[in-house]
Design a protein around this ligand. Structure first.
Ligand SMILES: Nc1ncnc2c1ncn2[C@@H]1O[C@H](COP(=O)(O)OP(=O)(O)OP(=O)(O)O)[C@@H](O)[C@H]1O
Length: 614
């Protein structure tokens, strides 16, 4: 049956620095620019948390003022009651104001840090080499940008504020409890170790389950992403059921993990509720007796109950924060792991200038291997000296290493042996950006970005003017079809350019390359048949593009091969033959075999013109 191999590995989840608290310090680095906002937020938190400790005392006073005076004198004096309520309202208002301020200020820092972190991770991802992306699933990486960053946000914003206010309330609450009634305090505080113990033991299990939920969701997401981005393949193979099943399985696994987590949280909620209300009942029982014997006033009992409640809530809250911090540590370590992944292309400390090159390219005894040492090399012993402006056609059987050879030019990979030079400069000694500005790439499968036609052409040189864009489109034989589009240059091309035909996409890509005006050009000729007319237009545009540039073309068409200055025949990573078409045919060997197999039919189609000179 159909199967889409899940060969790409998920991001390793258990690195050596996983949940390393040092990551929290690294996070602080992102918080640093906003330390003023944060300090104001912390100040507001301290005020609101400190003032909230006044409530219970005032409530107690309120009770005593309302009940005791009346019982004593028989006359209803509402004065103290009114004053206390007024005072309470005042305190409420100040607490409300500072709570709002605290929430705004600290959350603002949180969302800002998240925005910075997202940008940093994305910008770093763009610098990594194709080798990195070959081992990662896109869905995994995008989920790092979304869910992991959001988990970190929780800590930076809400958890930080909560932690502060809870610590303040907890210390203050316990002190005031003890001051209100020492005996009652002993009674209540005895339960706290039980609460903490339960929270820690079950909390640990909950964290494990939560981790599992995240992993399962990420895996399901990755498979959905692949299916959605390849929906045409899925539909053409009528593999919907397979994909449904694959995603369904992932979703069910995440459901099962969620269920485990829910069971544990429910159990914890039950135990906590019983402990909390049980101790409340205990306090009411013991405190009630104390009131009855006149040891404390009813107001004091009420104050005490409120303090106990505040302390209880905060102890519960602290354990929640503990698990949030743990999760955030996990998430931040995965993010930092991405940020720490160095591009494997070493940067030269003193790059040699490569500003406006003539276009000479030299492969000197170049070898290359995708895998580790010991694996078979993909290219070996390659020597090639291409003069500025020359066109080199690379031919050879599938898997011979043609695409690999050209991918060394913009330094997607570094050679593993020998040297690759552009204008006499070892590409490893050049500035990567400068080098890549010299190299233009027109791939077989053109990828356009969602946006307008003009934006896609401008990708070649963002500073170009509208007139230059139009000039490039004209030279690429693209203007005619662009002007026929509903909004001309402003027409949106759809995701990956789906609204254009294959030939149109290619011509936009050629216009893009013309605008970039590179000295070295890499063309991967399309093997998929375009209709005759658009093939002729694409071919004509390519020929114009090639003029005056050093061009490497992975050639599939006889006409390209025959007009090349040099044909290099590749087989199993080696350049086995080189020469012009006529020379190679005369010499016999792999080229002649390939020619006999692949091009005879094409030659026949091209009629007498193509036969000449063969
Ligand atoms: N990213 C990669 N990681 C590991 N091996 C790779 C990678 N890309 C290509 N290879 C291997 O390197 C060899 C050469 O591949 P390459 O794509 O260069 O061949 P090609 O001549 O361009 O083939 P085709 O004409 O089919 O495109 C193949 O055996 C291929 O399996």
């Amino acid at each position: 049956m159909f199967s889409r191999p899940n060969a790409r590995a998920a991001l390793p989840d258990t690195g050596p620095n996983r949940r390393d608290p040092a990551n929290l310090l690294r996070l602080l680095h992102y918080v640093k620019p906003y330390v003023a906002w944060l300090s104001l937020g912390i100040f507001s938190t301290l005020i609101s948390a400190g003032l909230s400790l006044v409530f219970p005392k005032l409530f107690g006073n309120l009770i005593d003022a309302s009940f005791l005076k009346r019982a004593g004198s028989g006359v209803a004096d509402t004065g103290p009651l009114d004053r206390i309520v007024l005072l309470l309202l005042g305190v409420f208002a100040v607490v409300a104001l500072f709570t709002a301020l605290q929430s705004f200020l600290i959350s603002r820092v949180g969302v800002r840090v998240v925005a910075d972190l997202r940008r940093a991770v994305f910008s770093h991802l763009l610098t990594l080499s194709p080798r990195f992306f070959a081992t990662r699933r896109t869905g995994e990486l995008t989920s790092r940008l979304t869910s992991d960053v959001s988990t970190v946000q929780t800590v930076v914003s809400s958890a930080l504020a909560q932690l502060l206010s809870q610590v303040v309330t907890l210390i203050g609450g316990v002190t005031l409890m003890v001051l209100t009634s020492f005996q009652l305090s002993l009674f209540t505080l005895a339960v706290i170790p039980l609460i903490i113990g339960t929270a820690v033991v079950i909390g640990l299990q909950i964290r494990k389950a939560a981790r599992e939920v995240q992993d399962k969701v990420a895996a399901a997401n990755a498979s959905a992403e692949e299916a959605i981005s390849g929906v045409r393949v899925v539909q053409s193979f009528t593999a919907e059921d397979v994909e449904r099943e694959r995603y369904g399985e992932g979703v069910e696994q995440s459901f099962a993990a969620s269920l485990r987590r829910i069971k544990l949280t429910s159990l914890m909620a039950g135990i906590m509720t019983f402990l909390a209300f049980g101790s409340l009942a205990g306090v009411l029982w013991y405190g009630g007796r104390q009131v009855l014997v006149g040891a404390i006033t009813p107001g004091k009992l009420v104050s005490f109950l409120f303090y106990a409640l505040q302390v209880g809530i905060n102890v519960g809250g602290l354990t929640g924060i503990f698990s949030q911090v743990q999760e955030a540590l996990g998430a931040s370590s995965r993010l930092f792991e991405l940020l720490d992944t160095k591009s494997e292309l070493p940067v030269s400390p003193a790059p040699q200038p490569l500003d406006r090159v003539a276009g000479r390219v030299q492969f000197e005894n170049v070898s290359f291997r995708y895998g580790d040492e010991g694996e078979l090399p993909t290219l070996s012993g390659l020597n090639l000296d291409v003069s500025p402006g020359q066109t080199v056609a690379l031919v050879g059987p599938s898997g011979a290493g043609k695409s690999t050879l050209v991918s060394l030019l913009p330094r997607f990979y570094d050679v593993t042996g020998g040297t690759l030079k552009v204008d006499g400069v070892d590409v490893r000694q050049a500035d990567l950006e400068e080098l890549r500005r010299q190299v233009g790439l027109v791939p077989q499968e053109t990828l356009l970005f969602s946006g307008s036609v003009a934006e896609n052409i401008l990708y070649g040189r963002p500073s170009a003017s509208q007139a230059e864009v139009e000039g490039a489109a004209r030279a690429a034989n693209a203007e005619e079809f662009i002007l026929r589009l509903p909004q001309g240059y402003a027409t949106a091309v759809g995701e990956r350019g789906v609204k254009l035909s294959g030939g149109q996409r290619q011509r936009v890509a050629i216009a893009r390359a013309i605008l970039k005006n590179p000295r070295i050009l890499i063309l991967d000729e399309a093997t998929s048949a375009l209709d005759n007319e658009s093939e002729a237009l694409v071919q004509d545009a390519l020929e114009k593009l090639m003029v005056g540039r050093t061009t490497f073309v992975i050639a599939h068409r006889l006409s390209t091969i025959r007009s090349a200055d040099l044909i290099v025949v590749m087989d199993a990573g080696r350049a086995v033959q080189r020469g012009t078409h006529a020379e190679l045919i005369a010499a016999g060997g792999l080229y002649k075999d390939l020619y006999d197999l692949q091009f005879r039919a094409e030659r026949r189609e091209q009629g007498p013109l193509a036969v000449q000179g063969v």
